[in-house]
Design a protein around this ligand. Structure first.
Ligand SMILES: [Ca+2]
Ligand SMILES: [Ca+2]
Length: 408
């Protein structure tokens, strides 16, 4: 009996002696396995403590239980950070009164543990003199690195600049992204603050509401821009805009090639309408979207149908369009398109009289047509529309059943 007890004690003592009392690793190292904790015969031991979730980037001491032999065994895992951070920093300029933090000077910092930054002596943020600044980076193991930089504060009196703010229209039921397309820049502050006062806006009620954008730099200089936000009833056909856009994209993919010039692109859209739409009187004059869909589907239509189809295509290609409402009997409709900063008339409805076909037309041609060919046809309230140039870059003729475009 005594012999058995002695043997057990001896085996336990051997097992105990084989386990390392302490194991130290550098912070950020991989989690050690059982072989780190025993001197030999690692295959006869297992870790009883689960180390899988251990964050070795945190310096700490952990008791590790080990199985092997008759009695429980244990070791201590010591995670220590002994390596100081590697830091680079840059000289800074700022605005008088701008409080910079120590980390604002840091351009890179490498360390396995969490690092905090502190000033040797806090700079005077109310001085315009060039100051020497010391910044110390200290890791979780209290190792530290100090870098030297300079700080120069300038007296900023220039307010930020707000761009991209314009009057907008939304329909009831829509939401509005006030900051979309709006940029704020400042001569010194890299991140001037932008606040938007939209407290008077009611998106559920038709009306015109003021919205004020205020940009402020770190010195308190500020700029204000106010716009009008118009809330309108949803137009007829509004729900079909997506459908229209899909049809436009599909058609443009067929008839437009990226290498085309602007004139060629507009002409392709114009020609498609001329060649696919059969004239038929009678349209819904207030429903741009559904008329455009009718046109894009190649269904018969009138001048408004063709104008809407052309507008949809031209706008999708990035051209600016104005609808023109004529004063001719029953109204004639067409559009104006902006090409290289100049406005021209485009009348896509099939019309072959005397070779005048209405592509990139100018005011004098419309006047001639409305006087000599078809009295009153292009009459309109001229002051409501931009003037065209005196010459047009192209001439389109309809000869022997075909359209021919020549450049002037
Ligand atoms: Ca470190
Ligand atoms: Ca400024």
């Amino acid at each position: 009996m005594l012999l058995i007890v002695l043997i057990v004690l001896l085996v336990s003592a051997i097992a105990h002696a084989n386990v390392r009392r302490r194991v130290q690793i550098e912070a950020g190292s991989p989690i050690p396995g059982i072989e780190a904790f025993v001197k030999r015969n690692a295959d006869k031991y297992t870790l009883a403590t689960d180390l899988s979730g251990l964050d070795t980037a945190v310096p700490q001491i952990k008791i590790v239980k080990i199985k092997g032999g008759l009695f429980p065994l244990s070791s201590r895992l010591i995670i220590k950070d002994t390596i100081a951070p590697v830091v680079t920093a840059e000289d800074r300029k700022g605005a008088l009164g701008q409080e910079l933090k120590p980390e604002d000077f840091i351009t890179s910092c490498e360390d396995k543990t969490a690092v905090t930054f502190s000033f040797g002596k806090k700079p005077d943020f109310k001085s315009t003199a060039v100051q020497n600044v010391e910044i110390t980076a200290t890791d979780a193991g209290k190792n530290s690195t100090t870098v030297k930089v300079t700080l120069e504060l300038l007296d900023d009196k220039e307010p930020p600049v707000i761009e991209g703010v314009k009057n907008r229209t939304v329909y009831i039921g829509e939401t509005i992204a006030y900051k979309a397309g709006v940029t704020v820049t400042d001569n010194m502050d890299p991140e001037p603050k932008l606040s938007i006062d939209n407290t008077q806006v009611d998106l559920d009620k038709v009306g015109v509401y003021p919205v004020t954008y205020t940009a402020t730099d770190f010195c308190g200089n500020s700029t204000q821009v106010s716009i009008n936000l118009k809330v309108e009833e949803q137009p007829i056909g509004y729900k079909n805009i997506e459908k229209m856009n899909k049809k436009v994209d599909a058609l443009l993919a067929k008839i437009i090639k990226p290498e085309m010039t602007d004139i060629e692109k507009l002409y392709a859209a114009f020609l498609w309408i001329r060649e696919h739409i059969e004239y038929q009187n009678g349209h819904a004059q207030s429903d741009y979207v559904n008329e455009a869909i009718k046109c894009l589907d190649g269904k018969p239509g009138d001048c408004y149908t063709c104008a809407c189809g052309f507008r949809a295509m031209a706008e999708a290609m990035g051209f600016e369009i104005k609808e023109v409402v004529g004063t001719y009997v029953n109204h004639h409709f067409w559009v104006m398109v902006k090409l290289d900063g100049k406005w021209y008339h485009v009348d896509a409805v099939p019309l072959y009289i005397r070779n005048y076909v209405g592509f990139l037309g100018i005011d004098s041609e419309l006047d001639w047509f409305s006087t000599d060919v078809r009295p009153g046809y292009y009459n309109r309230v001229k002051e409501d529309y931009p003037k065209t140039p005196d010459t047009t870059p192209v001439h389109v003729e309809y000869k022997n059943g075909k359209y021919v475009l020549t450049y002037n």
